[in-house]
Design a binder for this molecule. Structure first.
Ligand SMILES: Nc1ncnc2c1ncn2[C@@H]1O[C@H](COP(=O)(O)OP(=O)(O)O)[C@@H](O)[C@H]1O
Ligand SMILES: [Mg+2]
Length: 239
Protein backbone atom coordinates (compact mmCIF):
# COMPACT_ATOMS: atom_id res chain seq x y z
CA UNK A 1 0.00 0.00 0.00
CA UNK A 2 1.24 3.48 -0.86
CA UNK A 3 1.89 5.38 2.33
CA UNK A 4 -0.22 8.46 2.87
CA UNK A 5 1.18 11.85 2.02
CA UNK A 6 2.64 14.01 4.74
CA UNK A 7 0.70 17.16 5.54
CA UNK A 8 2.71 18.38 8.52
CA UNK A 9 6.30 17.48 9.26
CA UNK A 10 7.85 19.14 12.30
CA UNK A 11 11.31 18.34 13.47
CA UNK A 12 12.80 19.70 16.70
CA UNK A 13 10.85 22.94 16.56
CA UNK A 14 11.83 25.46 19.23
CA UNK A 15 10.27 28.86 19.76
CA UNK A 16 11.48 31.68 21.98
CA UNK A 17 10.10 35.15 22.50
CA UNK A 18 12.27 38.13 23.48
CA UNK A 19 11.59 39.44 26.98
CA UNK A 20 11.18 43.14 27.59
CA UNK A 21 13.91 43.14 30.22
CA UNK A 22 16.25 41.42 27.76
CA UNK A 23 16.89 37.75 27.24
CA UNK A 24 14.30 35.33 25.90
CA UNK A 25 11.52 33.08 27.10
CA UNK A 26 11.54 29.69 25.44
CA UNK A 27 7.99 28.46 24.87
CA UNK A 28 8.43 25.38 22.64
CA UNK A 29 11.14 22.75 23.12
CA UNK A 30 12.03 20.22 20.41
CA UNK A 31 8.51 19.68 19.10
CA UNK A 32 8.58 16.85 16.53
CA UNK A 33 5.59 15.15 14.92
CA UNK A 34 4.16 14.25 11.53
CA UNK A 35 0.54 14.37 10.38
CA UNK A 36 -0.53 12.40 7.31
CA UNK A 37 -3.40 12.97 4.91
CA UNK A 38 -6.74 11.99 6.43
CA UNK A 39 -5.75 12.21 10.09
CA UNK A 40 -7.84 13.94 12.75
CA UNK A 41 -5.46 15.11 15.47
CA UNK A 42 -6.11 17.02 18.68
CA UNK A 43 -3.34 19.08 20.21
CA UNK A 44 -4.19 19.43 23.87
CA UNK A 45 -2.54 21.05 26.84
CA UNK A 46 -3.24 23.32 29.77
CA UNK A 47 -3.41 27.08 29.39
CA UNK A 48 0.03 28.56 28.74
CA UNK A 49 1.51 25.24 27.57
CA UNK A 50 2.30 26.58 24.09
CA UNK A 51 -0.70 25.40 22.02
CA UNK A 52 -1.37 28.69 20.27
CA UNK A 53 2.33 29.23 19.64
CA UNK A 54 2.43 25.78 18.06
CA UNK A 55 -0.74 26.46 16.06
CA UNK A 56 0.73 29.73 14.75
CA UNK A 57 3.73 27.84 13.45
CA UNK A 58 1.63 25.04 11.93
CA UNK A 59 -0.60 27.65 10.30
CA UNK A 60 2.36 29.59 8.88
CA UNK A 61 1.30 32.63 10.89
CA UNK A 62 4.67 32.63 12.62
CA UNK A 63 8.01 30.90 12.16
CA UNK A 64 10.06 28.82 14.57
CA UNK A 65 13.27 29.99 16.23
CA UNK A 66 14.94 26.72 15.27
CA UNK A 67 14.02 23.33 13.88
CA UNK A 68 12.47 22.37 10.57
CA UNK A 69 8.87 22.56 9.44
CA UNK A 70 7.49 21.40 6.13
CA UNK A 71 3.88 21.81 5.05
CA UNK A 72 2.88 19.39 2.34
CA UNK A 73 6.50 18.90 1.44
CA UNK A 74 7.27 22.62 1.21
CA UNK A 75 9.91 23.85 3.64
CA UNK A 76 8.30 26.68 5.58
CA UNK A 77 11.21 27.24 7.95
CA UNK A 78 12.79 30.22 6.25
CA UNK A 79 9.91 31.67 4.27
CA UNK A 80 9.33 35.42 4.14
CA UNK A 81 6.09 36.94 5.42
CA UNK A 82 4.75 37.20 1.87
CA UNK A 83 5.61 33.60 1.07
CA UNK A 84 3.94 32.50 4.31
CA UNK A 85 0.76 34.37 3.35
CA UNK A 86 0.63 32.59 0.01
CA UNK A 87 1.20 29.12 1.44
CA UNK A 88 -1.35 29.81 4.17
CA UNK A 89 -4.04 30.78 1.70
CA UNK A 90 -3.29 27.82 -0.52
CA UNK A 91 -2.94 25.03 2.03
CA UNK A 92 -4.82 25.89 5.19
CA UNK A 93 -8.41 26.52 6.22
CA UNK A 94 -8.61 28.23 9.60
CA UNK A 95 -11.41 27.91 12.14
CA UNK A 96 -11.16 30.14 15.21
CA UNK A 97 -12.88 30.22 18.58
CA UNK A 98 -14.46 33.63 17.84
CA UNK A 99 -15.44 32.66 14.26
CA UNK A 100 -13.64 35.73 12.79
CA UNK A 101 -16.40 36.45 10.27
CA UNK A 102 -16.73 39.85 8.63
CA UNK A 103 -19.81 41.25 10.38
CA UNK A 104 -20.86 43.63 7.60
CA UNK A 105 -20.59 41.04 4.85
CA UNK A 106 -23.17 38.43 3.95
CA UNK A 107 -22.67 34.77 4.75
CA UNK A 108 -21.98 34.16 1.05
CA UNK A 109 -19.34 36.91 0.85
CA UNK A 110 -17.63 35.52 3.93
CA UNK A 111 -17.39 32.06 2.40
CA UNK A 112 -16.08 33.48 -0.89
CA UNK A 113 -13.26 35.31 0.88
CA UNK A 114 -10.45 32.72 0.60
CA UNK A 115 -11.16 32.48 -3.12
CA UNK A 116 -10.37 36.17 -3.69
CA UNK A 117 -6.71 35.61 -4.42
CA UNK A 118 -7.09 32.56 -6.60
CA UNK A 119 -7.71 34.29 -9.89
CA UNK A 120 -11.01 32.45 -10.31
CA UNK A 121 -13.88 34.02 -12.25
CA UNK A 122 -16.72 35.36 -10.12
CA UNK A 123 -19.12 32.68 -11.37
CA UNK A 124 -16.76 29.96 -10.20
CA UNK A 125 -16.25 31.61 -6.80
CA UNK A 126 -20.01 31.85 -6.36
CA UNK A 127 -20.55 28.25 -7.39
CA UNK A 128 -17.93 26.98 -4.99
CA UNK A 129 -19.09 29.11 -2.04
CA UNK A 130 -22.68 27.95 -2.54
CA UNK A 131 -21.56 24.34 -2.70
CA UNK A 132 -19.78 24.77 0.65
CA UNK A 133 -22.81 26.44 2.25
CA UNK A 134 -24.87 23.51 1.03
CA UNK A 135 -22.41 21.16 2.66
CA UNK A 136 -22.73 22.83 6.06
CA UNK A 137 -26.52 23.01 5.72
CA UNK A 138 -26.76 26.79 5.41
CA UNK A 139 -27.67 27.26 1.76
CA UNK A 140 -30.82 29.14 2.71
CA UNK A 141 -28.88 31.67 4.75
CA UNK A 142 -26.46 32.97 2.14
CA UNK A 143 -27.76 36.54 2.23
CA UNK A 144 -27.89 36.78 6.04
CA UNK A 145 -25.39 38.77 8.06
CA UNK A 146 -23.35 36.72 10.57
CA UNK A 147 -25.03 38.37 13.57
CA UNK A 148 -28.43 37.11 12.44
CA UNK A 149 -27.22 33.55 13.05
CA UNK A 150 -26.67 31.47 16.19
CA UNK A 151 -23.14 30.73 17.39
CA UNK A 152 -23.24 27.20 16.00
CA UNK A 153 -24.38 28.48 12.61
CA UNK A 154 -21.65 31.12 12.59
CA UNK A 155 -19.09 28.43 13.19
CA UNK A 156 -20.55 26.41 10.33
CA UNK A 157 -20.14 29.47 8.09
CA UNK A 158 -16.52 29.66 9.24
CA UNK A 159 -16.10 25.98 8.38
CA UNK A 160 -17.64 26.55 4.93
CA UNK A 161 -15.19 29.42 4.45
CA UNK A 162 -12.30 27.21 5.55
CA UNK A 163 -13.39 24.51 3.08
CA UNK A 164 -13.97 26.88 0.17
CA UNK A 165 -10.27 27.23 -0.57
CA UNK A 166 -9.96 23.43 -0.87
CA UNK A 167 -7.27 23.31 1.83
CA UNK A 168 -4.91 20.43 2.53
CA UNK A 169 -5.48 21.03 6.22
CA UNK A 170 -8.20 22.41 8.49
CA UNK A 171 -6.61 24.05 11.50
CA UNK A 172 -9.07 24.76 14.30
CA UNK A 173 -8.13 26.66 17.47
CA UNK A 174 -10.60 25.95 20.29
CA UNK A 175 -13.44 25.77 17.70
CA UNK A 176 -16.12 25.11 20.31
CA UNK A 177 -14.77 27.50 22.92
CA UNK A 178 -17.48 30.10 22.31
CA UNK A 179 -20.36 27.63 21.98
CA UNK A 180 -22.62 25.92 24.50
CA UNK A 181 -22.04 22.19 24.78
CA UNK A 182 -24.94 21.17 22.52
CA UNK A 183 -23.77 23.38 19.65
CA UNK A 184 -20.18 22.47 20.40
CA UNK A 185 -20.97 18.78 20.03
CA UNK A 186 -22.69 19.42 16.70
CA UNK A 187 -19.61 21.19 15.39
CA UNK A 188 -17.36 18.37 16.60
CA UNK A 189 -19.60 15.74 14.97
CA UNK A 190 -19.46 17.76 11.80
CA UNK A 191 -15.65 17.81 11.89
CA UNK A 192 -15.71 14.06 12.41
CA UNK A 193 -17.97 13.64 9.40
CA UNK A 194 -15.77 15.86 7.19
CA UNK A 195 -12.79 13.81 8.24
CA UNK A 196 -14.36 10.37 7.82
CA UNK A 197 -16.47 10.95 4.73
CA UNK A 198 -14.33 13.39 2.77
CA UNK A 199 -10.93 12.45 4.19
CA UNK A 200 -10.15 16.03 5.18
CA UNK A 201 -7.12 16.35 7.45
CA UNK A 202 -7.93 18.18 10.67
CA UNK A 203 -5.75 19.50 13.48
CA UNK A 204 -7.74 20.85 16.39
CA UNK A 205 -6.34 22.73 19.36
CA UNK A 206 -8.14 22.37 22.68
CA UNK A 207 -7.52 22.44 26.42
CA UNK A 208 -10.39 20.01 27.11
CA UNK A 209 -10.07 16.24 27.04
CA UNK A 210 -13.79 15.76 26.26
CA UNK A 211 -13.27 17.74 23.05
CA UNK A 212 -9.96 16.12 22.15
CA UNK A 213 -11.76 12.75 22.32
CA UNK A 214 -13.48 13.45 19.01
CA UNK A 215 -10.11 13.15 17.28
CA UNK A 216 -8.34 9.85 16.55
CA UNK A 217 -4.97 10.93 17.84
CA UNK A 218 -3.90 13.12 20.72
CA UNK A 219 -0.73 15.14 21.01
CA UNK A 220 -0.42 16.43 24.55
CA UNK A 221 1.82 19.39 25.33
CA UNK A 222 3.00 20.33 28.77
CA UNK A 223 5.34 23.27 29.38
CA UNK A 224 6.21 23.45 25.70
CA UNK A 225 7.11 19.79 25.32
CA UNK A 226 5.19 16.86 23.86
CA UNK A 227 4.59 14.41 26.68
CA UNK A 228 2.11 12.14 24.86
CA UNK A 229 1.46 11.35 21.20
CA UNK A 230 -0.83 8.47 20.33
CA UNK A 231 -4.36 7.11 20.45
CA UNK A 232 -6.89 8.86 22.65
CA UNK A 233 -6.23 7.39 26.10
CA UNK A 234 -9.17 6.02 28.07
CA UNK A 235 -8.43 8.23 30.97
CA UNK A 236 -7.26 11.82 31.01
CA UNK A 237 -5.14 11.02 34.08
CA UNK A 238 -2.81 9.05 31.81
CA UNK A 239 -1.60 12.34 30.35
N1 LIG B 1 4.02 36.90 21.13
C1 LIG B 1 4.46 36.51 22.33
N2 LIG B 1 5.41 37.20 23.00
C2 LIG B 1 5.86 36.80 24.19
N3 LIG B 1 5.41 35.70 24.84
C3 LIG B 1 4.47 34.96 24.24
C4 LIG B 1 3.93 35.33 22.96
N4 LIG B 1 3.00 34.39 22.61
C5 LIG B 1 2.96 33.51 23.64
N5 LIG B 1 3.84 33.84 24.62
C6 LIG B 1 4.06 33.10 25.87
O1 LIG B 1 4.19 31.75 25.54
C7 LIG B 1 3.59 30.90 26.53
C8 LIG B 1 2.62 29.96 25.85
O2 LIG B 1 1.55 30.70 25.30
P1 LIG B 1 0.46 30.08 24.33
O3 LIG B 1 1.14 29.44 23.18
O4 LIG B 1 -0.51 31.14 24.02
O5 LIG B 1 -0.19 28.96 25.25
P2 LIG B 1 -1.64 28.26 25.17
O6 LIG B 1 -2.24 28.56 23.84
O7 LIG B 1 -1.36 26.81 25.39
O8 LIG B 1 -2.44 28.84 26.30
C9 LIG B 1 2.95 31.83 27.54
O9 LIG B 1 3.84 31.94 28.63
C10 LIG B 1 2.87 33.15 26.80
O10 LIG B 1 2.97 34.22 27.68
MG1 LIG C 1 -4.06 29.46 23.31
Amino acid sequence: MKSKELVISMSKICKSFPLEMGGVQQVLFDISFDVHVGEFVAIMGPSGSGKSTCMNIIGALDTATSGKYALYGRDVTNMTTDELAIIRNEYIGFVFQQFNLLSKRSVLDNVMLPLMYRGLPMSERLRRAREMLERVGLAKFESYLPNQLSGGMKQRVAIARALAGDPKLILADEPTGALDSKMGNEILKFFKQLNKELGITIVMITHEFDIAKYADRLIHIRDGRINYDGKIPRDERKL
